[in-house]
Design a protein around this ligand. Structure first.
Ligand code: ZN
Length: 151
């Protein structure tokens, strides 16, 4: 188990240091800003849709390692997915972090790399860091131009 935790930590550190899909998306057709006042994480999510498929997704901003790595992994996870699939991933991710353990049992397999955040559930304050990018993604899809916050 501790080997697994080391691996998880490595993935998070890697994505924090070299975030994927980082920077504005010039031809984005949806975008939103998210803010987590508890930690000071601030990020912006940019989307380009093709029908109901997320053709491209980028993010930028600044925040703690968890929020940045989570945003980076989120962009990888939802790119090329339909909106329904992305919504399902967020549901699974949310359950992993906050749900009861029985729901959680089968989540990791479906979530792929997103499962690296499992350890975050022990730190409720950090859950907001990890879910910020996802809430911001939802706001972008909903067309909310106002900033969303985790509070
Ligand atoms: Zn944070």
């Amino acid at each position: 188990m501790s080997d697994l935790m080391d691996l998880y930590q490595e993935v998070i550190l890697d994505h924090n240091k070299q975030p994927r899909n980082f920077g504005p998306l010039p031809d984005a057709d949806h975008q939103a800003e998210g803010y987590n006042p508890l930690c000071g994480d601030q990020l912006k999510v940019y989307l380009k849709l093709a029908g109901d498929v997320i053709e491209d997704v980028h993010f930028d901003g600044s925040g703690c390692a968890i929020s940045k790595a989570s945003a980076s992994l989120m962009t990888e996870a939802v790119k090329g997915k339909t909106l329904a699939e992305a919504e399902e991933l967020f549901g699974g991710f949310h359950d992993l972090l906050t749900g009861d353990p029985s729901v959680r049992a089968e989540a990791p397999a479906k979530l792929g790399k997103l499962a690296v955040f499992e350890g975050v559930r022990e730190f409720p304050v950090r859950v907001k860091c990890a879910t910020l990018a996802w809430h911001t993604l939802q706001a972008a899809l909903a067309g909310d131009s106002e900033q969303v916050t985790t509070e």
